[in-house]
Structures are given as structure tokens and as C-alpha cells.
Write a protein that binds this ligand. Structure first.
Ligand SMILES: [Fe+2]
Length: 229
């Protein structure tokens, strides 16, 4: 029998993060920085992903890293320091967009500042990719060595309980299209079993809006076939 893959607390949100960082990087590279409406749209998208990045770092800082630190003293410091520097970089990028929206900039100044924002976003994107890979190949491996799957599922429950429903719906927008069909079924069957029906219906509405109709229909069929435990 094939061994079951171990529980991961980070693989799912990391897929969503890789998705939205790619999207916003593309938008930041192609937007007209002299067009106020377009910059407002970019800022809204960036603020949305900042919220998710903050929520994700808080989940790791508040639940995952303290559990790891308690078993392996000194093991959390590197990831915590990364979270702090990534948060600072994110805040400086947000103020650049706010500055861009102030009136009085010439077209040339707006284009120059826009390009600086794009480069800074590229640094944020690259730093997150490196940070997530390290968490998946170093932090996660340490967790597997020192925690059982049951213990990790308990931490997972604490993380899920800490996420506001509206934030969870925003996560779904980015996570679902980034997953394999099997991962999607696994994630949503868990939500189906453990969330109130009205919330799960909202999740399915997000899925319908964000997935191709073929992917959504397949998902719906698979979920119907999942035995209710
Ligand atoms: Fe992290």
C-alpha cells in the first residue's frame, strides 16, 4: 500500500499566495500609472492580498511557530524574522501606491514611481517565493519530525477557527484555481463537513465564479460522491 502523504499546514495557503502574487505582478507591470482609476484598482487588489499575507503570517506566528519553538528551541526565529521583513516591505509598497494616488504628480513622475513600485513588488514576490519554499522544505520537515499528524491537525483547527469567514472566502478565490482537482475536492469536502451550510454555499459560489465551468462541474460531482461522515 502506498504511504499516505503527511499533513501539511502550509501547502494550501502557499498555493493561493503564489497565485495572487503572480497576478498582481502582471497587473503592476502592465497598468497605466498615469490613470487614477487603474491605480485605484491595483491598490484594491494589492490591499486584498496584503490582508491575506498578514493573516497567513499571523497564523504561522500565533499557532504553528510557537508549537515548533516549544519542541525545538530556536527553530522559529528565522521564519519570524522573515515575516517581519516581508511585512515591512509590503507596508512600504502600500505607501508608494498611496503616494501615487496623491494629485500633483506629472505623468513622468507617476510612470517613474510606478516602475519603482513594480520593482519593489518584484522583490516582495521573489522574497515570498524563497520564504515559502524554505518553509515547505525546512520548517515543514521539522514539523513532520517532531509532530504526529493528529497534533498537526489540532493546530490546523486552531488556525481555521482564527480566520474570519469573509477572509476565508477571499482565500478561496485564490486557492481554488491554483489547486489540482483532487486537492480541491479534499479541501472542500472538509469544509462541507465542518462548516454551516450557508457558509459552504458561499464557498461554492466563489468556486463557480472563479473556476472554469468544466472544473466547477467536476468538483460538484466529486463532492456529491464524497460519503458524509
Ligand atoms: Fe511564513
Amino acid at each position: 500500500m502506498k504511504p499516505q502523504p503527511r499533513v501539511s499546514l502550509i501547502a494550501t495557503p502557499h498555493k493561493g499566495i503564489r497565485n495572487f502574487l503572480s497576478r498582481v505582478s502582471l497587473e503592476a507591470g502592465s497598468v497605466d500609472y498615469t490613470n487614477r482609476e487603474a491605480i485605484t484598482g491595483l491598490k484594491q487588489h494589492f490591499e486584498e492580498i496584503c490582508l491575506l499575507l498578514e493573516e497567513h503570517a499571523a497564523s504561522e506566528n500565533n499557532f504553528i511557530l510557537p508549537a515548533l519553538e516549544a519542541r525545538i528551541p530556536g527553530s522559529a526565529a528565522h521564519d519570524e524574522a522573515d515575516h517581519e521583513s516581508l511585512g515591512n516591505l509590503q507596508a512600504s509598497l502600500l505607501s508608494k501606491l498611496e503616494y501615487l494616488l496623491r494629485s500633483g504628480l506629472t505623468g513622468q513622475e507617476a510612470r517613474q514611481l510606478g516602475y519603482e513600485f513594480y520593482q519593489g513588488l518584484s522583490r516582495l514576490h521573489a522574497s515570498h517565493l524563497e520564504h515559502m519554499l524554505e518553509e515547505e522544505t525546512v520548517t515543514q520537515v521539522l514539523m513532520w519530525q517532531h509532530f504526529t499528524d493528529e497534533e498537526m491537525l489540532q493546530i490546523h483547527e486552531q488556525v481555521i477557527r482564527s480566520i474570519a469567514p469573509s477572509v476565508m472566502l477571499t482565500w478561496m478565490k485564490y486557492i481554488l484555481p491554483a489547486q489540482t482537482p483532487a486537492e480541491r475536492v479534499q479541501l472542500l469536502s472538509g469544509l462541507q463537513a465542518n462548516s454551516p451550510t450557508p457558509f459552504f454555499q458561499q464557498v461554492m459560489e466563489v468556486a463557480k465564479r472563479i473556476l472554469t465551468s468544466q472544473a466547477f462541474n467536476e468538483l460538484e460531482e466529486e463532492l456529491k460522491a464524497v460519503p458524509i461522515s
